[in-house]
Design a binder for this molecule. Structure first.
Ligand code: ZN
Length: 408
């Protein structure tokens, strides 16, 4: 008999967590290593205290909460997600995966079940990449995809480095980030898309992810006066950036249905009313279900930028600073999640994740899988992001069953 998760406790924990950094629109804002993120981490530790978990933290702030098993030699079963959010975050992205994992451990503790393998609940640092880029920073460093020293030197828009932010938040742990020899990794997450709801599925089995490429662009023109400078003499970085933004959108429209691309961040200098802008920084990304199509979108973007730069007499520096995927998750773990959901009469559907997740970085280290629960209306990174009490409870139940099957 599998013990049952406590759906009320899970729901209440998600609502309680959402209060930290709550926004007037009903969402949450907990940028990585901000006071809000730090408070969220402390609350997680508070909740873990009665469960007698061993807490360890590495030098990039990743949190590991370990429940020992009966067999010290058996590698741990690990699961979790992230507690940080984007500035316009909802209550579920990342939080659900961490708190579903906590609920799994809570349920086992309460029912006196001791597994053979140890369990590790993980909160990854800076998954979102809103304050410090790149995204999935903690898992990248853990997986040696990004050197620790490089990550620590990265600064936010205020010039505060990751190292300074970790120290200020008291989140700089003693462990050197490195793989922990896990038997496998599971991540529960909200879908952040409309497919599960539209098809009436309860649980998404994530078979893999898209391939994404991120770019930081710096457009450099020439400063001048908006009055006397005739149009033919201008080298306007902001106007060039505007054309690039539309080119990004056009490339994505041409790559549908599998492709997406966005320009999502801009900084303009001197950003003064009397000045033709001369330095504009843009962030954009391209992504596609098929790696070769993402590469073609990348090339299209470079060609479009070259044409715009030549025509307008501006320079565009392209920094392709990060990529992720494509990743194929472990089919055996996927089948286990599908079976456990099916045994509960839940409808499953296989999906490809279009967003980045920490699991992308962990998949090369050990067998990994993700499950999705429905997102109402597919709305995400938005205060209206919502999954029902039943959605999250079902996701946690399937996680519990899978963890029990894996941990023995
Ligand atoms: Zn997330």
């Amino acid at each position: 008999m599998t013990p049952a998760i406590n759906a009320d406790r899970l729901w209440q924990s998600i609502m309680d967590m959402a209060r930290i950094g709550s926004t007037p629109e009903g969402g949450s804002c907990r940028l990585a290593l901000s006071p809000e993120d730090t408070e969220a981490r402390a609350l997680l530790l508070d909740w873990c205290r009665p469960l007698n978990l061993r807490f360890e933290q590495d030098a990039i702030g990743n949190m590991f909460l370990r429940r020992e098993g009966n067999d010290d030699a058996a590698p741990a079963i690990a699961f979790g997600s992230h507690l940080d959010t984007v500035p316009t975050g909802g209550r579920f992205d990342g939080v659900f995966g961490v708190l579903a994992g906590l609920e799994v451990i809570h349920t086992l503790a309460e029912s006196g079940v001791r597994t053979r393998s140890a369990l590790e609940l993980v909160n990854w640092t800076n998954e979102e990449g809103s304050r410090f880029r790149p995204a999935m920073m903690g898992s990248r460093v853990h997986a040696a995809d990004l050197p620790l020293e490089d990550a620590l030197a990265i600064t936010d828009d205020e010039g505060i480095s990751v190292r300074e932010a970790l120290l200020a938040a008291g989140q700089c742990g003693g462990l050197t980030p490195s793989p922990r020899g896990w038997a496998c990794w599971l991540e529960a997450h909200i879908e952040q898309g409309p497919v599960l709801e539209a098809t009436g599925a309860d649980i998404g089995i994530v078979t893999g992810t898209v391939h994404a490429r991120y770019f930081q662009l710096v457009v450099t023109g020439e400063p001048s006066h908006v009055g006397p400078t005739t149009m033919d003499r201008r080298r306007d970085s902001l106007a060039a950036a505007a054309e690039i933004i539309l080119a990004v959108e056009r490339i994505a429209l041409g790559a549908e249905p599998g492709g997406r691309a966005s320009a999502s961040w801009i900084e303009n200098y001197p950003n003064a009313r009397g000045n033709v802008a001369n330095i504009t920084r843009l962030h954009c990304d391209v992504r596609h279900e098929r790696a070769e199509c993402a590469a073609a979108m990348d090339q299209e973007l470079r060609d479009a930028i070259a044409a715009i730069a030549a025509r307008r007499g501006v320079l565009v520096a392209i920094d392709p600073y990060a990529t992720f995927g494509p990743v194929a998750f472990d089919p055996v773990l996927g089948a286990l999640l599908r079976d456990k959901a099916g045994a509960r009469q839940l409808v499953t559907r296989d999906l490809i994740a279009a967003a980045g997740h920490d699991s992308v970085l962990i998949a090369p280290l050990c067998p990994s899988a993700m499950l999705f629960v429905p997102s109402v209306g597919g709305i995400t990174h938005n205060p209206r992001e919502y999954s029902t009490r039943q959605h999250v409870a079902r996701g946690a139940e399937v996680m519990l069953e899978a963890v029990l099957a894996l941990a023995g």
